[in-house]
Design a protein around this ligand. Structure first.
Ligand code: HEC
Ligand code: HEC
Ligand code: HEC
Ligand code: HEC
Ligand code: HEC
Length: 316
């Protein structure tokens, strides 16, 4: 479990974006007479952005904000003509419906994807870590909002994130998804809402630990999964690529990923906390090699354009 403490502490040292916003009291902009917590049909930037500028800026760079508009989703859902794909990519608030079921489809303001109110929305205010009586958006302490289950409605049903998470060391230690994905900001005021996922190199690099040795006529690469779920997480379009190129010109590679629906392939991803030894047999004439560990966030991305996770250049 040691690596988990390293993981959680590393985020603090990384210096996640500092939130310099002060939420001013006062009327929301736009002449909307409805209570702030009902404004899920207007863009987050209009509903919340005027008073929570820094959080909104972080969120707008994340895939939550682009869940309806990003090109991969548009292609995979045939521009959302597949109705079953809509609810999580344009969701109504999850807390009022219950955290053990998928969200309802928000048939308005689709472009906002996972809106602030998809996570924060309550029937009579916004869910928060504490109640603040005089704030205009009526923040209410809500115990369920502060559990990992907040992420369940969208991340369990099609991707089984919780089947994996609930057998992880992170879960046993009482960590939540947000302890890795929304770490406290440097000034300890609030949590980073930014894109801490598969497209963020600094974040992905913390997913594994590895070490190599040459023994038994092979390169032995020991890889440890430090995430709280399988690695790569959730979707088949992300893959972990390890290649060994020997000085005699031969090359071997393995690609670990989840199969696409209907694809004949094993799910050979690292399970939570798994330590796996990948083995590359040394060809007879070789005396050195270059081993590359790469995370590929999209299927068509080549090894050279992926996120480098490490290079090992043994000789013997
Ligand atoms: C008119 C300004 C205004 C708007 C619009 C607004 N808020 Fe707030 N919000 C505040 C103020 C002021 C506070 C109290 C800040 C404090 O005391 O630190 C607050 C506090 C919060 C908190 C609790 C912060 C904490 O310290 O725990 C959350 C969560 C929150 N707002 C979410 C939202 C969301 C989500 C929206 C959009 C649906 C929103 N707010 C819209 C002004 C606003
Ligand atoms: C139960 C909720 C849910 C439903 C229903 C759902 N998705 Fe998703 N989808 C998610 C979540 C959560 C992610 C984020 C996973 C990740 O980033 O690893 C995601 C991510 C994706 C991505 C990855 C986009 C990228 O950034 O590369 C694609 C593509 C996608 N979904 C397509 C679909 C399609 C096609 C359907 C319908 C067949 C669908 N989704 C239905 C929850 C859902
Ligand atoms: C994926 C769910 C999710 C979305 C989407 C989301 N939040 Fe949050 N938000 C959280 C969680 C979780 C916390 C932290 C709770 C805790 O303290 O453990 C939080 C905390 C906050 C806080 C408290 C102070 C801080 O900076 O952390 C504010 C204010 C806030 N969110 C506003 C917003 C606004 C505005 C948006 C949209 C631009 C938004 N949130 C989108 C889940 C979400
Ligand atoms: C209401 C639905 C919903 C909820 C609740 C939700 N997510 Fe997501 N999440 C999504 C969808 C949809 C995507 C994928 C968007 C895409 O790629 O098109 C996503 C993407 C992500 C990503 C990839 C982000 C990036 O920018 O690379 C992470 C990480 C993530 N979610 C973590 C969380 C965590 C942690 C929670 C709980 C605090 C949470 N989500 C709650 C729907 C949700
Ligand atoms: C101990 C830290 C840790 C915990 C706990 C954790 N994750 Fe992750 N997660 C990571 C790391 C690191 C990655 C990046 C590598 C990858 O994409 O597989 C990741 C990847 C993801 C992705 C893929 C993002 C993308 O853009 O493809 C999603 C979605 C996600 N996690 C959701 C969750 C949810 C939901 C939970 C709680 C059930 C959770 N994570 C718990 C560390 C963690």
């Amino acid at each position: 479990m040691k690596s988990l403490f390293v993981f959680v502490a590393a985020g603090l040292a990384l210096g996640l974006a500092q939130d310099t916003s002060q939420a001013p009291a006062g009327e929301a902009e736009g002449g909307d007479a409805r209570p702030i917590w009902e404004r899920i049909d207007v863009p987050s930037i209009a509903a919340c952005g005027g008073c929570h500028e820094a959080v909104t800026r972080e969120w707008s760079r994340s895939l939550h904000a682009r869940a309806w508009t990003n090109a991969n989703v548009r292609a995979a859902t045939n521009d959302f003509s597949k109705k079953s794909c809509r609810p999580c990519h344009s969701p109504e608030p999850v807390l009022p419906k219950g955290l053990d079921v998928p969200p309802d489809f928000r048939d308005a303001n689709h472009e906002d994807g996972v809106h602030c109110l998809s996570c924060h929305g309550l029937a009579d205010g916004v869910a928060a870590a504490r109640t603040i009586e005089d704030a205009p958006c009526r923040p209410r302490y809500e115990a369920r909002f502060l559990t990992a289950d907040l992420c369940f409605p969208c991340h369990q049903p099609t991707h089984q994130a919780f089947d994996e998470f609930r057998v992880s060391d992170a879960f046993a230690l009482g960590l939540r998804c947000v302890d890795c994905h929304m770490q406290p900001r440097m000034d300890r005021r609030g949590r980073d809402h930014g894109p801490n996922g598969g497209f963020e190199p600094a974040f992905v690099r913390r997913a594994i630990a590895w070490k190599g040795r040459v023994a038994e006529g092979a390169l032995l690469l020991e890889v440890t999964n430090r995430t709280g779920h399988k690695f790569p997480g959730e979707i088949p379009s992300r893959s972990f690529h390890v290649s060994a190129t020997f000085d005699d010109g031969t090359r071997e590679a393995v690609v670990l990923r989840r199969p696409f629906k209907g694809e004949e392939r094993e799910d050979d991803r690292l399970t939570p906390d798994e330590v796996r030894t990948l083995r590359f047999v040394v060809p007879p004439g070789a005396s050195a090699a270059r081993v590359r560990l790469t995370f590929l966030p999209l299927p068509l991305v080549g090894e050279d354009e992926g996120i480098p996770l490490g290079t090992w250049t043994p000789s013997w």
